[in-house]
Design a protein around this ligand. Structure first.
Ligand code: CMP
Length: 298
């Protein structure tokens, strides 16, 4: 699951309205360097949750730099302005004069002050001559904020188009867009399992899912197929937290997932969601009407 909220976008440093003015400069690099940077970003605990597109854009904007043995790359306590990926050589990380570790090629460093808007948490010194890829704070923040603003507006537009949610006020839709997480599944993946505990609500944004229920072992019945704009998982959020049916992906599926607390606060009162009976004709008719609606607009 992607964790969009994990990264601070440092809005006090960069006003979103300035984003359109920032031009992201890209620097050409060899395939080896591009791969090394991508791997380094995806391997870093604080950056691996970034969207793939963000990783590619950060990689694209990184410029080369080099320093000789003994140079101080980062000084503990300074305001940070750059995130680095080490391409060649070794650096040592120290804190209050004590060595914490050494870092070799293919690793990210200097990310903490930029991600969390704090001063440099440690000193980093070149143990050998080093080659680095660097991206500055403004560029990094622009990438982070641009993607999240675009995503936020896409999510809000999408939620507004879901018939069951369209009666929600704009500010609630916007809050939902803030808290939801986008998740991806491949064919036959279980999205929820009957009998498991669950505390999430799902809205399908792409693809189809199959809902099945087992009344006795080996007797699994397909209840229905749901598609774009449909939702499921609400039963376990009301009263019992046990999933009443299994839901599996049919082909590639993208869902927008909302946690129990947000569901209760933002959606819980909605008639449409509360009155859904899993197998009633009325709901089938509603689902069909929703499906028709979506096929007419897409
Ligand atoms: P930042 O605080 O921006 O600048 C110093 C960098 O040193 C920091 O980001 C991390 O990349 C790195 N760093 C800090 N503490 C450790 C640690 N305990 N182990 C490895 N790297 C660290």
């Amino acid at each position: 699951r992607t964790k969009r909220q994990a990264i601070s976008a440092e809005p006090t440093v960069l006003d979103p309205s300035q984003l359109t003015d920032v031009t992201l400069k890209s620097y050409s690099k060899s395939k080896e360097s591009s791969d090394l940077i991508q791997r380094a970003l995806m391997d870093n605990d604080f950056m691996k949750h970034l969207e793939h597109e963000q990783i590619l854009t950060i990689m694209d904007c990184m410029h080369p730099t080099s320093l000789t043995k003994g140079c101080c790359v980062i000084q503990e306590g300074d305001d940070g302005s750059t995130v680095y990926v080490l391409e060649e050589g070794t650096v040592e990380v120290t804190k209050q004069g004590k060595s914490l570790c050494s870092i070799g090629e293919g690793k990210v460093f200097g990310e903490l002050a930029i991600l969390y808007n704090c001063t440099r948490t440690a000193t980093v010194t070149a143990l050998t001559d080093i080659k680095l890829w660097a991206v500055d704070r403004q560029c990094f923040q622009t990438i982070m904020m641009r993607t999240s603003l675009i995503k936020h507006s896409q999510y809000t537009d999408y939620l507004r188009s879901v018939p069951s949610l369209r009666s929600l006020p704009e500010d609630i839709l916007s809050k939902l867009a803030d808290v939801l997480e986008e998740t991806h599944y491949s064919d036959s993946d279980y999205i929820i399992r009957q009998g498991a505990t669950g505390d999430t609500f799902f809205i399908i944004s792409e693809g189809q899912v199959k809902m099945t229920q087992q009344s006795s072992p080996g007797d699994e019945q397909v209840m229905k197929t749901l598609s774009k704009g449909d939702w499921f998982g609400e039963q376990a959020l009301k009263g019992e937290d046990v999933r009443t049916a299994s839901v599996t992906a049919v082909g590639d599926v993208t869902c927008l997932v909302i946690d129990r607390e947000s569901f209760k606060q933002l959606i819980g009162g909605l008639e449409d969601v509360n009155n859904k009976q899993l197998d009633s004709d009325e709901v089938k008719a509603n689902l069909q009407a929703e499906a028709d609606f979506f096929s007419s607009v897409s």
